[in-house]
Design a protein around this ligand. Structure first.
Ligand SMILES: *Cc1c(COP(=O)(O)O)cnc(C)c1O
Length: 390
């Protein structure tokens, strides 16, 4: 069975993990900061903090940014629920702004409109859907007007580039960027995530929040009498000054991440090449419309998404997907609009609220795309789709 996404693990990855296990450092060792440095340098951000997963990264980014009880956060409906849930983790509420049908990313005009309606907005979480960067300059302008913090959800977009140049995660137009290293994402650590930022204040806060809220680096102590003996710092002493979590990543995972990172450019090249093969194959198909196809070289190509007018064709998507499964291919739907989920529906978001996302959802399908996908399988899948639509 060929799935829509899949990790690629080679002998180097296995050796890196085995070597790490032999090194004696399982967690809180030097591999984590090595991994952070490599990713920070690559994306062009000053700081990076690795955490246990991308959702934890979103949670910590919201906490570090001071998103709080009663605050409003705007994200896109076309995302994995974690982007919106992060607001609720800290007692804020998620709001949505519809997508641009061409980019499938949050529409800066709809975002400006939503900000105007809400009046006060604490944070904006744009998502670089499928690996295509959002228009961050436009989003930044809206954010500045409302004094909102910007947290980029780049779970799909390690290795992607902005239209105006620079790698996603450089935070030139945002406060923080989060990444995910789940196996279907660009590189994997099993589970894992990272936050990049150029702010030392956020960086230091993220380091504390990742580990119970305990002081890090040269954070000053509040209880100096307990911290020092005759002016000398007590080696055993530490202070928890705010409520944090255990969202640490292990050194075993960081070792895997570093090894995976060495293959990132190959992963990107392959994903882009396979995407353009799909584009070529669907060129003459009237019913299969590749999405975001102007951005292949800038996108990290996490997903290959097409639109098929199922309703017009009198086909149920479920049946279509089942037939593809019979042929050996598992496709997926990215995404069920976040506001369709019962949790958000109960908050008053009715269907019809974000029509562009909803119409897109009715027609979208993610086809298999990953480093190890064989061209022969791709050709066979294209043929199967053509046959089913005939
Ligand atoms: C995968 C994903 C996340 C969450 O990452 P995890 O590492 O699975 O917690 C967040 N946002 C988006 C858009 C994602 O695709």
């Amino acid at each position: 069975m060929i799935h829509y996404g899949r990790h690629h693990i080679d002998e180097d990855d296995i050796n890196a993990v085995v070597e790490q296990l032999r090194s004696g450092w399982l967690t809180q060792g030097p591999k984590v900061s090595e991994f952070e440095t490599v990713v920070a340098n690559y994306v062009g951000a000053r700081y990076a903090v690795a955490v246990s997963n991308g959702t934890a990264a979103l949670h910590l980014a919201c906490l570090a940014a001071g998103v709080d009880e009663g605050d409003r956060v705007i994200t896109t409906p076309n995302t994995f629920v974690a982007s919106a849930n992060a607001a609720h983790f800290v007692g804020a509420t998620a709001h949505f702004a519809d997508i641009d049908a061409r980019t499938l990313n949050i529409d800066p005009i709809a975002l400006a409109e939503e900000c105007r309606t809400l009046g006060k907005v604490k944070a904006i979480i744009p998502v670089h859907f499928a690996g295509l960067a959002c228009d961050m300059q436009a989003i930044r302008i809206v954010a500045e007007k409302y004094g909102a913090i910007v947290i980029e959800d780049a779970a799909h977009a390690l290795g992607a580039e902005y239209h105006e140049g620079g790698r996603v995660g450089n935070c030139r137009n945002s406060d923080m960027t989060i990444f995910s290293f789940h196996p279907v994402k660009m590189i994997t650590t099993g589970e894992g995530g990272m936050i990049t930022t150029n702010s030392e204040v956020y960086y230091r806060k993220l380091l504390r929040l990742r580990s119970h809220g305990i002081n890090k680096l040269d954070d000053p102590f509040e209880h100096r009498d307990d911290a020092y003996t005759d002016g000398e710092k007590n080696a055993w002493y530490y202070e928890m000054q705010e409520l944090g979590f255990n969202y640490r990543i292990t050194d075993i995972q960081a070792a895997l991440g570093l090894s995976q990172f060495q293959k990132l450019e190959n992963f990107l090249d392959r994903r882009r090449a396979l995407s353009m093969r799909y584009d070529q194959a669907f060129k003459k198909s009237g019913n299969v419309t590749p999405q975001q196809n102007e951005g292949r070289q800038l996108s990290s190509m996490h997903l290959y998404v097409v639109r098929i007018p199922f309703q017009q064709l009198g086909i149920r998507r479920h049946h279509f997907m089942s037939r593809l499964r019979d042929y050996g291919y598992t496709t997926q739907v990215h995404y069920i609009p976040a506001h369709y989920h019962p949790f958000y529906r109960k908050k008053g978001y009715l269907p019809g609220r974000y029509p562009v996302s909803e119409q897109y959802f009715d027609e979208c399908l993610s086809l298999p795309l990953f480093y190890g996908l064989q061209e022969a399988s791709q050709d066979h899948l294209v043929a199967c789709i053509a046959e089913l639509l005939h």
